[in-house]
Design a protein around this ligand. Structure first.
Ligand SMILES: Nc1ncnc2c1ncn2[C@@H]1O[C@H](COP(=O)(O)OP(=O)(O)OP(=O)(O)O)[C@@H](O)[C@H]1O
Length: 949
């Protein structure tokens, strides 16, 4: 002590060279040298020189003389601070014997004595140790200040001799306060610069570390008679404010809390201002109350109240040993009134931390012993000691990592220890965290780069946490007897566990990422399939709709086809699939019995009949062939009716009676619809020669000419004709109705047309009239040129009623007897109603008195014309009910002229019908005839289609 005091008293003189320099095998880590620059100059951020390390090797290399002459040792090189300027470390050496200051000796004599009495009383609880401790304390001093920035640590002499432990010097401190340093000196040198920076807006923190009973609480808080740092800080803050009351007014928020261990089980935080327990989550504390202080008295009263709530306990080292970490924070959030403008403050924080001192079991006497009560108390202290030591260790690691070079060996080692001690602590490469305090008002002490920590410790790059929260479970789960040992083991296990946890966490993260990617891929695939499924469903739906539409359409088509088939009953009903003659006979019989019941061509309305006719006309050559067959029958009928004794070739196979009867029956039925021509219905048979000739020609034509418009049908026509003839031969007259009906369908049109044109149909007309009507048409085809103009015959036959312009008929008519002369004239000149009218108008009266043959041909001609003409024209031009009506006289024109006139009137061109045959020397003549006939045929066909459609 004397040596140290002497050194302190003469700081100017160079320190003497140490007599003995002991270099330990495992030397302690040296303290970092204190930087030169002070806090006030920190704002300028001066350049940091590259300070060389202490030349201890050089010193050791010096050969000392055997009898060293005391010579002035060279002044040690100024130790520059190689580390951050914001961190400063001060050392204050507590005197062994408390020498009360003279100013407070008298006034506080009783308190001090009582205070020490408590300590001695505690010490007396262990008499043996008490005596040994008192003896040691009284005689040995271990720590001495070698300079203003260095100290020497000298173990006791007995230890030096026994364990060969040498004295060790630690240097590099910011300042070393000797034992006789006062509170004021400590404040002025260590704290005042920090407070000044705080008032200028720089945050700072001061933390007191050291073993139990070393004077930390005394330095930080002091006593009422000898105040420590905090009271002086408050006085400085508010005193300075009070001094500038005229120009400024400031307010601060004061808060203080403690973190302690509850019987070693867990760490808890309590608000010292109100005693409320705070919530802690790792490094965050919530619920801390901040009290606005505006004067030093209020602040001091709050501090005193908080100190009364702080956890303390008596140990062998200290009668009022702190058992918790106490943190006091002053925050500047007020505004400075500068004239008329309020200047916002910097929200700086000034924090003071009074740690609980590290303890040793032997020294503190916290080991339980036989005394039950004492053991319980000592056990609790022991648990508290563990908590305190751990806290101190973590904090020390935080300080150390701040002073080492990032990335270096020390840094890695320290960070590893720190992570083991405080797993939740986040350590960065270039900074570290020390403490952060949170509150309900979002108060947090976040000391980062630029934060000035003045006092005992000064930190740089402070971000987090106190290491006070650590190893909760381990501490609580340990048996008291093996607490320390198992804590160490558990720490190791905990470290291993943490590594494993880290690895497992990484693996889990990787697995999570893999699963996430897989899930995303699956999601995309499913979405794609879902989209395709929707498309497929839509297609299926559309196909279903199409199918339904097609089904409906098919049904409609079938229905239409059925209707068409029904419309063609006139043809198909009597097709060759059944015994035609029999069917026809039955039909005729039924029709005669009940007209209109089974024979549609007779009983149906004119529209229906027209429709059927249209169907017939739309038929292909097959229908035409039927018409040809029709002609065959009519020819037979005419033959029969004419009383020709010369039967046709198939006469021998026919039953003329039956055939005639059937046909007559049918024709009688048709005669019901036949217009009531005012003609005589004499049964005068038509010209036999004509019919006979026609028969012969027809037979020839029927067997030779092709079918209709298509050549391909020629063979069919021939086959059908021959077949029909065979049928005629085989079945006799029974097969003839088949042909007859088909003709009837066409002749029905004629009759319907006549009927629709106002003709009265009389059922009383003889059958000969009807027969002759049909036979006239037959003759039109049969009177064709016998030269074998099959095309003409074909066309005439296929179109049924196309007899217009057939000049060749004249030849046929010429062969007829004189009784047919008028007929010849009529047919030749008129062949239409117009001609008939012309005849009438010319005075050739067409009366019923006329021979039946004449009427028949006239009627036939009119029917043909009426079919070819529009309805209006027919009605206007043909008025059979008024045969005597006077009409303007007209010049009788040839039929060809009339036809051409009609053709020009309808303005219809023949585009398809061309004669195919070109035989004999009558080529030119035939061409002309065929052309006319073709035009007429095509026109008739078109008109029929157009009218029926
Ligand atoms: N420099 C000093 N001058 C006079 N008395 C001192 C000095 N340092 C410490 N003391 C006295 O030593 C005793 C123990 O001091 P203190 O309680 O401050 O120790 P501590 O480090 O806080 O211990 P703990 O960590 O257990 O709380 C106190 O009674 C205090 O008055």
């Amino acid at each position: 002590m004397q040596e140290e005091s002497r050194r302190v008293e003469s700081p100017v003189s160079p320190p003497p060279c140490p007599g003995t320099v002991t270099v330990r095998r495992n030397p302690h880590r040296r303290a970092r040298p204190t930087p030169k620059t002070g806090l006030r100059s920190s704002s300028k951020k001066p350049e940091i020189p590259n300070v060389p390390s202490f030349p201890i090797q050089d010193i050791l290399a010096i050969d000392l003389p055997p009898n060293p002459t005391p010579a002035p040792a060279p002044a040690p090189a100024p130790v520059e601070a190689p580390i951050s300027e914001n961190l400063k470390v001060y050392v204050r050496i507590r005197p062994i014997s408390i020498e009360l200051p003279e100013s407070v000796k008298d006034s506080s004599k009783r308190d001090v004595s009582s205070r020490y009495r408590v300590k001695h009383r505690v010490a007396r609880s262990s008499p043996k140790k008490r005596d040994a401790t008192a003896k040691k304390k009284s005689c040995e001093i271990c720590v001495t200040a070698t300079s203003a920035s260095s100290v020497s640590l000298s173990p006791p002499k007995d230890l030096q001799e026994a364990k060969r432990i040498k004295e060790e010097v630690f240097e590099g401190f910011s300042h070393v306060f000797r034992t006789d340093s006062s509170q004021n000196e400590v404040y002025e040198r260590m704290v005042k610069p920090l407070v000044e920076d705080f008032l200028r807006g720089t945050s700072g923190m001061l933390a007191a570390l050291g073993p139990s009973g070393s004077g930390k609480t005394h330095t930080v808080f002091g006593s009422p008679r000898d105040p420590g740092i905090v009271p002086r800080v408050l006085q400085q803050i508010f005193g300075q404010t009070d001094g500038n009351t005229n120009s400024s007014q400031r307010s601060f928020y004061l808060s203080m809390f403690q973190i302690c261990s509850e019987r070693g089980k867990a760490e808890k935080a309590f608000d010292l201002s109100n005693g409320v327990e705070l919530s802690m989550h790792q490094s965050t504390i919530k619920g801390l109350q901040e009290v606005v202080v505006t004067d030093v008295g209020h602040a001091e009263s709050l501090i005193e109240a908080g100190m009364l709530r702080r956890a303390t306990a008596m140990t062998n080292s200290n009668s009022q040993s702190s058992r918790s970490q106490c943190i006091i924070n002053i925050r500047d959030v007020g505004s400075r009134h500068n004239g008329e403008v309020d200047v916002p403050m910097s929200n700086a924080n000034l924090t003071f931390v009074d740690f609980a001192g590290a303890e040793r079991e032997k020294k503190t006497g916290n080991q339980p012993n036989s005394n039950v009560v004492w053991s319980v108390l000592q056990g609790e202290r022991l648990l508290e000691s563990n908590f305190i030591n751990n806290t101190s260790m973590v904090f020390g690691l935080c300080l150390r990592i701040l002073t080492v070079k990032p990335g270096g060996e020390d840094y890695l080692e320290t960070s590893q220890f720190l992570q083991q001690a405080a797993p939740f602590m986040k350590i960065k490469c270039d900074c570290l965290i020390l403490l952060r305090v949170g509150s309900s008002s979002k108060f947090s002490l976040n000391l980062s780069r630029g934060t000035h920590v003045s006092g005992i410790l000064r930190f740089n790059n402070v971000e987090e946490t106190s290491g006070v929260v650590r190893n909760k479970r381990q501490t609580t789960a340990m048996p008291r007897t093996e607490h320390a040992k198992r804590v160490k083991i558990s720490r190791t296990k905990a470290s291993v566990t943490e590594e494993e946890k880290s690895r497992s966490a990484k693996d889990e993260n990787r697995e999570d990422r893999v699963l996430l990617h897989f899930a995303r891929a699956m999601w995309n695939v499913l979405n794609e399939y879902k989209r395709k499924l929707k498309v497929a469903e839509s297609e299926i739906e559309s196909l279903r709709e199409n199918y339904a539409n097609e089904t409906i359409r098919t049904a409609e088509l079938e229905k239409e086809l059925k209707n068409l088939k029904e419309g063609c009953n006139c043809i198909n009903i009597y097709s060759t699939e059944a015994p035609l003659a029999q069917r026809y006979a039955n039909t005729d019989l039924d029709a005669s019995a009940s007209p209109g019941a089974d024979e549609p061509s007779i009983s149906e309305s004119s529209d229906e009949v027209e429709r059927k006719v249209h169907s017939c006309l739309l038929q292909t050559p097959e229908c035409n062939m039927q018409n040809e067959r029709l002609t065959t029958f009519i020819w037979n009928d005419n033959m029969k009716h004419a009383g020709d004794s010369d039967p046709p070739q198939a006469q021998g196979h026919l039953d003329p009676n039956t055939h005639t009867r059937d046909h007559l029956v049918l024709m009688e039925d048709e005669s019901v619809r036949e217009p009531a021509f005012d003609v005589s219905s004499s049964s005068q048979s038509p010209d036999k020669a004509f019919v006979k000739q026609d028969k012969e020609q027809y037979v020839k034509t029927e067997s030779e000419q092709p079918c209709g418009n298509e050549d391909s049908c020629g063979e069919d026509s021939e086959l059908d004709s021959s077949r029909n003839m065979e049928n005629l031969k085989d079945t006799g007259g029974s097969s003839e109705p088949h042909v007859l009906v088909r003709k009837d369908s066409c002749s029905t049109v004629e009759l319907d047309d006549l009927k629709s044109n106002g003709y009265e149909v009389s059922s009383e007309q003889p059958a000969e009239v009807n027969k002759d009507v049909a036979s006239t048409q037959v003759s039109s085809s049969a009177n064709e040129d016998s030269g074998g103009d099959l095309e003409d015959s074909k066309l005439d036959n296929s179109r049924g009623v196309e007899n217009l312009g057939a000049t060749d008929r004249l030849e046929g008519f010429a062969d007829v007897g004189s009784s047919f002369q008028p007929n010849v004239l009529v047919r030749k000149d008129s062949c239409s109603t117009v001609e008939l009218d012309d005849l009438k108008s010319d005075g050739e009266e067409v009366s019923s008195d006329q021979p039946a043959e004449v009427n028949k041909y006239v009627a036939s001609t009119q029917v043909s014309s009426s079919v070819n003409q529009p309805e209006k024209l027919l009605k206007s031009e043909s008025s059979p009910k008024l045969p005597n009506q006077e009409k303007p006289r007209r010049r009788l024109l040839p039929a060809s002229s009339v036809l051409l006139r009609n053709m020009s009137y309808w303005n219809i061109d023949d585009e398809t019908e061309k004669p195919k045959g070109n035989r004999g020397g009558k080529k030119k003549e035939k061409d002309a005839k065929e052309e006319l006939r073709t035009k007429g045929s095509a026109t008739l066909l078109r008109l029929l289609k157009g009218d029926l459609l």
